[in-house]
Design a protein around this ligand. Sequence first.
Ligand SMILES: [Zn+2]
Length: 325
Amino acid sequence: MAAAYPWLTPIWTRLLSMRQRLPHAVLLAGPQGVGKVELAKDWAKSLLCEKPGSDGEACGHCEGCHWFEAGTHPDFRHLTLIVKENREGEVKLATEISVEQAREAVEFVQLSTYRAGRRLVLVEPAEALNTASANALLKVLEEPPINTVFALVSHQPRQLLPTLLSRCHKLVIGLPAWEDSEKWLKSQGLDETALAWAGGAPLTAVADREEGQEDLRAEVLKALSQGKDLDAVALAENWYRRVPPKLWHRMTYRWLLDLLASHLGGKVRFNPDFSTELARLGKQAKRPDLLNLAQEDMKSGRWVDHPLNRQHVLEAWLTGYRQVF
Ligand SMILES: [Zn+2]
């Protein structure tokens, strides 16, 4: 079994070579959309395999491998964000890994193993642990039971508690080389524009396509290309139900970063397909107003999911945007 994606081959080899002297906890850290979770799962499978190859890879045929593939290996736990129903009856993905989940994992590692081999707990994204759940896990990370391995995956390792970080063997997985991602994406029927919009993360480009974002993005960016001539009221009314908050934030923030780059005579990074429009707008932009709006956008990213009056938020943003020119 090779690495899940070609750019992961070096780190995959490194993980396999750690088999002889396994750390208690490994942290796979790096940007989203590069395959860290798949990598962690493949590694878990190789560690739970009962007849691994001489290179440490999972055999794919033993009982351990079958259990793992079926998602029912009794010595594996996956601690992640769960889908819950809130008080209003809406089904939503939780924003945190709860202390109850962490406690259940702690109990799990204190039992004896079912298959008399290793036991592995995958925690992802680790930044979703809140203080209580992180502290619950810390107790077992400090003195882990024998044969127990924790694999943590984090897209934002700087948000992790220092005490948690210090217990982990950290492996950094950066963005793949641009050419490698481009080549692989081509085999998936995607081009450089998709890669740029995904910030250089190939799996994000694939996820974007699955979410069908292209049309909405083109529509919004075309309107933003109008600069001071856009109609803030009409656009806000048109978009506030149709454009999901996260996508809106991603589009506007990246647009502003590109606009800033263009204004300063640099190269646009996220929206090369709009570079002509960005070059024109960059010349018209007033620097202090542009910087202000970009800074506000960066801060507001934290509250993207909060139930504010969406139409009003969009209208205010668009009005502020018009005033940049
Ligand atoms: Zn196996």
